[in-house]
Design a protein around this ligand. Structure first.
Ligand SMILES: [Ca+2]
Length: 235
């Protein structure tokens, strides 16, 4: 009971905290909930990996339906019952725990106040073996959009006080849909609005089970490095 009271108090405190400062992000809760009286809390993900990035004009990976898409590649090395993906702009660092992957673009624009209305997708490729993760294969891969989200009320407000940050949970943790199989995934991020996307962002991937060997990177070269695969020969 003591633990429950503590959790409830922490939850209520975090609500106040969010209200006081929109630029902080709380723990990343899974689909599994626990009720303590009138308060229902989400059980936090066991593993959370964070990525700090910066999106700017001319750095997009692809234009889809007039929207400039940026991708983060994710290698899932073991069956995952659920994955949570959330994204906020501008990036918040306070309270974000290791492991944090800090992109070069972020390091260069760390102090930028720019932000954008985020929109995320979780996509799965037809690449299921680590050896097949090559630039050529990834460029020719077929991608299926598993889920997407524009605005989540669970996320902190943006500096303009709008709740335009994004969050999604995908999997069968609560028995609703399919689990995530081993393979290459990507998170697509863009702005709800068409046109230029500019600003810092924090992207997080949460898993309810320990996922050793999960790799997240902006490029396939970086991803291969994290997966302990040899460097590809430049053609
Ligand atoms: Ca949005």
């Amino acid at each position: 009971m003591k633990k429950l009271i503590f959790v409830t108090a922490t939850f209520l405190f975090s609500l106040l905290y969010f209200h006081a400062d929109a630029q902080k992000i709380g723990t990343f809760g899974s689909s599994v909930t626990e009720s303590a009286g009138p308060v229902t809390i989400r059980i936090p993900y066991h593993d959370v990996i964070s990525y700090l990035g910066y999106a700017a004009e001319g750095t997009e990976d692809e234009t889809r339906d007039g929207k400039k898409f940026y991708y983060l590649y994710v290698w899932i090395p073991a069956y995952a019952p659920e994955l949570g993906v959330r994204m906020m702009s501008p990036a918040a660092k306070e309270g974000v725990k290791e492991p944090i992957i800090v992109s070069e673009a972020y390091k260069e624009h760390e102090d930028s106040k720019d932000f954008f209305d985020t929109y995320i997708t979780l996509e799965r490729s037809d690449i299921f073996n680590p050896e097949d993760v090559t630039e050529e294969n990834v460029n020719g891969a077929n991608w299926i959009i598993l889920d997407s989200n524009d605005d989540s009320r669970e996320m902190p407000k943006q500096p303009n006080r709008k709740k335009y940050n994004s969050l999604l949970r995908y999997g069968n943790l609560t028995g609703s849909s399919e689990a995530l199989i081993v393979g290459l995934y990507r998170i697509g991020f863009t702005s709800y609005k068409k046109g230029d996307v500019k600003g810092t962002f924090l992207a997080q991937i949460g898993s309810p089970v320990k996922l050793d060997g999960v790799a997240i990177a902006k490029t396939i070269e970086e991803l291969r490095k994290q997966m302990n695969l040899p460097e590809e020969e430049k053609k």
